[in-house]
Design a protein around this ligand. Sequence first.
Ligand SMILES: [Zn+2]
Length: 291
Amino acid sequence: MATRKQAPSKTKKGAGKATKKADVAPSGLPWGREHFCLEYVKDGNATRSAIAAGYSRNSASEQGYDLLRNPQIKARIAELQREIAQELKIEHADILKRMWDTATGDPNDLVRVERRSCRYCHGVDHQYQWKTEREYRDAVNAFLHGIAGNDHKALIALGEVIDAGNTVPGMPDDEGGYGYDATAAPSLDCPECFGEGVTTVQLSDSREAMSHPLYEGVKQTKDGIEVKIADRAKALEQVARHLSFFKDEVKLGASAELLEAARKINAASPPLDPAYMRDNASRLMDDEGGT
Ligand SMILES: [Zn+2]
């Protein structure tokens, strides 16, 4: 804490010299000096900072020079620079990590394209195979309603035809049997798909997907559900751009270890090595949590 001096006769021009009780900042410095320090860490320009802090424009250059030699002010500036470096470190490591996760994310976590058996692959004599008897009954009912509509009499008449052992033309049959397994592999002998099966797109559960770095939501289209996936190439470009930005920011007066960390990350490219980059991004964050 700065000791308060009573020096009423020693009036000089310049607001920063006044040390009334109310003028002391939490740092212990008079507000004028605190203001000078806060300005100085922005760009390292002492004259501009002195003017901004309310010192006389005419003597700002000398004032700035004198202020910088003051041990309390020196200490305060060093302290502010440390704080800025810490903030930069967290912010940049954070942004970098998010972008990197996007750039290296695996879209297969969200959407998988798989080949699966078709309905004829494993049916008896490669005829259409139903999943269950119930599925078959539902299909027959749908077919009959398609013919008769809601006309009960017509439905009963159709039922009688079927019960008599006759078939209604076009009605589904169950000669391919039951037990269709949509996850089974295609059959190479299948006369319908020739072993190619059907291509299915598997979407991951949206609650899981939401935390995935590539997930940008789903869209209902006329062809089904479309999963919006982040542009990985763009993310990688952002990482590269951010790394040089990172370096520039560091030049403004951040700590030596931050500079070193940035240098190491930069040394990893080109070529960009995913493992190295990921390690460095998280190491920056670990440093923050550590001592
Ligand atoms: Zn097939």
